[in-house]
Design a protein around this ligand. Structure first.
Ligand SMILES: C[S@@+](CC[C@H](N)C(=O)[O-])C[C@H]1O[C@@H](n2cnc3c(N)ncnc32)[C@H](O)[C@@H]1O
Length: 227
C-alpha cells in the first residue's frame, strides 16, 4: 500500500492510501505531461530539436535522479523513439544520485530495459569530476525537481558541475516544483555561467498538497554561456 493524495469532493487535496496500480497511473500521467512539455520547449530551441530528431547517438545524464521514474520517458524521447528518429542510434542514459536505495531501485527497474543503455551510479554530484566512469561530456543533462531550497551552496556546486559536463552544444534541462524556486534556480545557473534559452510553465502539472507545489511545474532549457 502506498501513501498518496487525491482530490476530495470539494476539490481540495486529501490524504489517501493508493494501491500500486493507482500510483502507477499517477506516474504515467506525469510522464505524458512531462513529454508534452519537452516537446513544446524543443520547438523553441533548434539545437534541442535537432538532438531529438537527428541521427546522432545521444548521451544523457539524469543528475539527482532519485528513483528515476522519468528514465524510460527521457530515454525514448531523447533517443528518438517517440519521434520515430531513433533507429540505429545509441542512447546512453546515466542516472546519478546520492541515495543508495533510490539508485538500487532505479537499477532494478531499468538496467535491462531495451530503450537505452541504462546505468545508475550512486554518488555525490558536488564532486562529479571525481567519477571517472562517467563520459567526459553529455549531450543532455537533466535535473528533475532540483532542490535548491534545501541547500543553496550544494546546488550551486551541482549546477556548476553540470555545466562543466555539457558538450559545447549540449543542453541542461531543469524542472521545478515551485515558481520561486524555479526563478532562483535559473539565476543560480546563470551565475555559474549558464545561459537561459527557454523557460515554460506547465499549465497541466499535477498539484501536490503543499500550496504552490506541483509536478514538473516549470521547465527550463539552458546551455553553457560563451564567457
Ligand atoms: C526532489 S528530489 C528529485 C528526485 C527525482 N529527480 C524526481 O524528480 O523524483 C532531489 C534529489 O536530489 C538528490 N541529491 C541531493 N543532493 C545530492 C548530491 N549532492 N548528489 C547527488 N544527488 C543529490 C536527492 O537524493 C534527491 O533524490
Amino acid at each position: 500500500m502506498l501513501f498518496g493524495f487525491a482530490k476530495g469532493n470539494d476539490g481540495s487535496l486529501v490524504c489517501a492510501y493508493m494501491d500500486h496500480s493507482t500510483h502507477q497511473r499517477y506516474i504515467e500521467g506525469d510522464m505524458r505531461r512531462l513529454e508534452e512539455m519537452l516537446a513544446q520547449v524543443a520547438q523553441s530551441d533548434a539545437e534541442l530539436q535537432r538532438k531529438i530528431v537527428g541521427g546522432e547517438d545521444v548521451q544523457l545524464l539524469d543528475l539527482a535522479c532519485g528513483a528515476c521514474d522519468e528514465a524510460k520517458t527521457l530515454a525514448r524521447f531523447f533517443g528518438g523513439k517517440e519521434s520515430g528518429a531513433g533507429d540505429g542510434r545509441n542512447m546512453r542514459f546515466v542516472g546519478f544520485d546520492v541515495r543508495d536505495r533510490e539508485i538500487a531501485d532505479a537499477s532494478a527497474r531499468f538496467e535491462n530495459d531495451p530503450d537505452a543503455d541504462f546505468e545508475f551510479i550512486r554518488g555525490d554530484a558536488t564532486k562529479l569530476r571525481d567519477y571517472r566512469e562517467l563520459p567526459g561530456a553529455f549531450d543532455v543533462i537533466f535535473m528533475r525537481h532540483q532542490n535548491l531550497w534545501n541547500g543553496k551552496r550544494t546546488w550551486e556546486e551541482i549546477y556548476r558541475n553540470a555545466l562543466e559536463k555539457l558538450l559545447p552544444n549540449g543542453r541542461l534541462i531543469i524542472t521545478s516544483y515551485f515558481d520561486r524556486e524555479h526563478t532562483q534556480a535559473i539565476d543560480a545557473i546563470k551565475n555559474q555561467g549558464g545561459e537561459l534559452l527557454v523557460t515554460k510553465a506547465n499549465e497541466i502539472s499535477r498539484e501536490l498538497p503543499t500550496p504552490g507545489k506541483s509536478i514538473d511545474r516549470h521547465v527550463a532549457v539552458l546551455k553553457r554561456g560563451e564567457g
